[in-house]
Design a protein around this ligand. Structure first.
Ligand SMILES: Nc1ncnc2c1ncn2[C@@H]1O[C@H](COP(=O)(O)OP(=O)(O)O)[C@@H](O)[C@H]1O
Ligand SMILES: N[C@@H](CCC(=O)OP(=O)(O)O)C(=O)O
Length: 368
């Protein structure tokens, strides 16, 4: 689909963006950082920032860069080796960016986060305050996963997931995912074709996506598409484009037809955005009966989840934790922030006239 002029205008009004850079955009086969690409990306970000756009950079590449610095000893476990590579590579990575930003008289700051930081509302708010403070000072935040401590189940799927969470937390206008391909290709036919725009109702991306990943990349194209689709439904436009193309950020910000675009849908309230992104981070679950399910999903009025409609409580959670809402046949209906602990929820379940277990303002119902 061709962009129309309104869409082009929309590109020019991005005031706050997240730019996510994949490992293979900035590192070569041996893990060495590519100075020309880093120079081009930092110039692009510096230009946007000077024009008043708030930019948060989420960059992968620590593990990749570590490979060019150190060879972990053969006696190490895979996890230890990865920790060594990430811890050594991260300094190299962030210094490479910081040195380039300095050439544009810009300061950069490093923020390393883990999945836990998005589980805990206080950590979440602390991260948001820090990023806002840096942006206010016109400092470029460079975010990465804290790979030295985030191992196995504590890890994000990949930095596409992490940058999606940041985009939603910061309520940006656009999330730009830079990879080593020009965008999402339709590979179903004889010739692969770049898909310019994704309809919001699209769901089944696996029909296009091959389960291959770029070398050293972690997530692959399917995660990118699923995250992009989710963000667009939350009111954030997503672009998947080639980070090795010179001037790519200016092209996207200038409304040029590059890469694949997931146009933004109606925006949602910030708190609901946080909750919508909590899949996999929940600490427990409530099972609800049919009556409660139709009250929550009908969309006719704003309904909180009351204990009377709850038939089961799973896991151990405290007030303020995110919990999953499931139907009696196990279908996940949505997520919400618990107004009480699991003990209180168990004591109240099935009873009339009790306070909500999840208030409407903290409730996110998954689209059908
Ligand atoms: N339909 C598709 N269109 C584009 N790329 C695809 C598709 N299916 C699979 N891919 C693969 O996805 C890779 C990008 O994902 P990933 O390795 O996670 O990159 P990054 O390191 O930038 O996060 C591409 O290098 C490509 O090989
Ligand atoms: N935090 C890791 C990034 C892992 C990752 O998600 O990589 P990618 O799929 O290239 O974005 C690193 O800095 O090496």
């Amino acid at each position: 689909m061709q962009y129309n002029s309104d869409m082009n205008q929309a590109h020019r009004v991005y005031r706050k963006i997240v730019v996510k850079v994949g490992t293979n955009v900035i590192t070569g086969k041996d893990g060495r950082l590519d100075p020309a690409i880093i120079a081009d990306l930092t110039r692009g970000i510096a230009e946007l920032a000077s024009a008043g756009v708030k930019v948060i950079l989420v960059s992968s590449g620590a593990v990749g860069a570590g490979r060019s610095i150190v060879k972990p000893s053969g006696s190490m476990t895979t996890v230890e080796a990865r920790q060594v590579l990430a811890a050594t590579g991260q300094i190299r990575l962030v210094n490479a960016y910081a040195d380039r930003f300095a050439e544009h008289d810009m300061l950069a700051a490093q923020i390393l986060v883990t999945r836990e930081d998005f589980r805990d509302r206080q950590h979440y708010l602390n991260m948001r305050t820090c990023l806002n403070a840096l942006l206010q000072q016109k400092i470029i935040p460079i975010v990465n996963e804290n790979d030295a401590v985030a191992v196995t189940e504590l890890m994000f799927t990949d930095n596409d997931e992490l940058s999606g969470l940041i985009a939603s937390m910061m309520q940006v206008d656009a999330h730009i995912i830079l990879s080593n391909v020009d965008g999402l290709f339709d590979m179903t036919g004889e010739e692969k074709k770049l898909i310019r725009e994704i309809e919001p109702a699209s769901k089944n991306f696996s029909q296009f996506v091959r389960p291959t990943k770029s070398e050293f990349g972690r997530g692959g194209m399917l995660t990118k598409c699923n995250i992009a689709n989710k963000l667009s439904r939350l009111g954030i436009t997503v672009h998947i484009a080639n980070g090795t193309t010179p001037g790519i950020l200016q092209q996207i910000a200038g409304g040029e037809e590059v890469g694949t675009r997931f146009p933004a849908q109606k925006p949602k309230h910030g708190r609901k955005q946080w909750i919508a992104h909590s899949e996999g981070l929940e600490k427990g679950a409530v099972i609800i009966n049919e009556g409660a399910q139709s009250a929550l999903t009908s969309g006719e009025r704003a309904s909180s989840l009351l204990p009377v409609g709850v038939t089961g409580v799973e896991g151990s959670f405290s007030k303020g934790d995110v919990i999953r809402i499931c139907s009696e046949n196990g279908k996940v209906i949505g997520y919400g922030m618990a107004c009480c602990s699991d003990e209180k929820a168990r004591a109240a379940m099935g009873k009339k006239g009790e306070k909500p277990i999840i208030h409407y303002d903290y409730l996110y119902i998954k689209p059908e």
